[in-house]
Design a protein around this ligand. Structure first.
Ligand code: ZN
Length: 287
């Protein structure tokens, strides 16, 4: 999948048709950044390919190229991509490049721009100085204005194939178990408290959903008098089976399936995390 994107990008580079405004979404943060850097290098490379060996490519790789400007609200500990930052970029874009033929702006977390900031950005990408290039990088294009989308060439890196190590898998499995127990609880408070973890570590969502689904399946198995328990949390599965009707348990499995679909379609993870509690509670207890 990603190989195909690089083939497309290389083809565009070869034909000198790399667009001036590009959007990269989907995949993992590191894959998005990798592609952004690759394209930025192509814009500044002496040979325009990127060759990886010229001084422009070297500087791009080290993050020291004066004509590659990275703007990222997270670096400033900001939650949103402010209009002031967009205005700074706009001002800077009118200063000629230092060394390369192009001046490249990598806008990370560009989905964290509000409408005003996006409109300010629109003005620059609509009528940019001839040497300016923009690479918007974000988890999902869902919150970008249609006007922005109509001006950028999007590259989607597909579903997040984040590789999890044993430590993360174990953490996710324990969290899934606690969430499943909390789901059987009286109020939604415990469940909501547990989901706070995702705010810091969104990548945990997929492995947690995987483990939760397995626990729900086990509950279905117990409810259907099967002794084929697949998760490590037979007690939790028994708890769920004693609390909910078989039909409800099946719906819970389907609900987790729905979340996977959303993740695969690159839905905004923040939204998914917010909805996790309400969707599962509604499934369990009726809306
Ligand atoms: Zn080069």
């Amino acid at each position: 999948m990603n190989g195909e994107i690089y083939n497309t990008v290389n083809e565009l580079i070869k034909n000198g048709k790399l667009p001036h405004a590009i959007l990269i979404d989907g995949g993992s943060a590191s894959k998005r950044n990798e592609l952004a850097l690759y394209i930025a290098s192509a814009f500044v490379c002496d040979r325009g390919i990127p060759c990886g060996i010229c001084s422009d490519c070297q500087k791009a790789k080290n993050g020291s190229h004066p004509d590659i400007v990275v703007s990222d609200p997270e670096l400033q500990n900001e939650k949103i991509f402010k209009i002031a930052a967009v205005r700074d970029i706009r001002k800077d874009a009118y200063i000629l490049p230092n060394e390369a033929q192009h001046k490249v702006y990598i806008l990370k977390n560009s989905d964290k721009m509000n409408i005003q900031a996006q409109n300010a950005l629109l003005k620059i990408i609509e009528e940019p100085p001839p040497y300016a290039r923009f690479i918007l990088v974000c988890e999902s294009r869902a919150s970008l204005l249609e006007t922005i989308m109509s001006r950028v060439t999007p590259f989607n890196l597909g579903a997040d194939d984040y590789e999890i190590n044993d430590e993360v898998a174990q953490k996710a499995d324990e969290l899934a178990n606690r969430l499943a127990v909390a789901l059987a609880g009286v109020t939604e408070l415990d469940f909501m408290r547990l989901t706070a973890v995702f705010e810091k570590d969104k990548e945990l969502l997929s492995p947690v959903l995987t483990s939760m689904q397995l626990i729900f399946r086990d509950a279905v198995a117990i409810s259907s008098s099967s002794d084929l328990i697949l998760s490590k949390h037979a007690d939790t599965a028994r708890l769920l089976a004693s609390k909910f009707a078989l039909r409800t348990l099946i719906e819970l499995v389907k609900s987790t399936e729905h979340f996977f679909d959303c993740i695969n379609k690159n839905a905004n993870k923040n939204l998914l995390i917010t909805r996790l509690c309400s969707v599962l509670r509604n499934t369990a207890y009726g809306a």
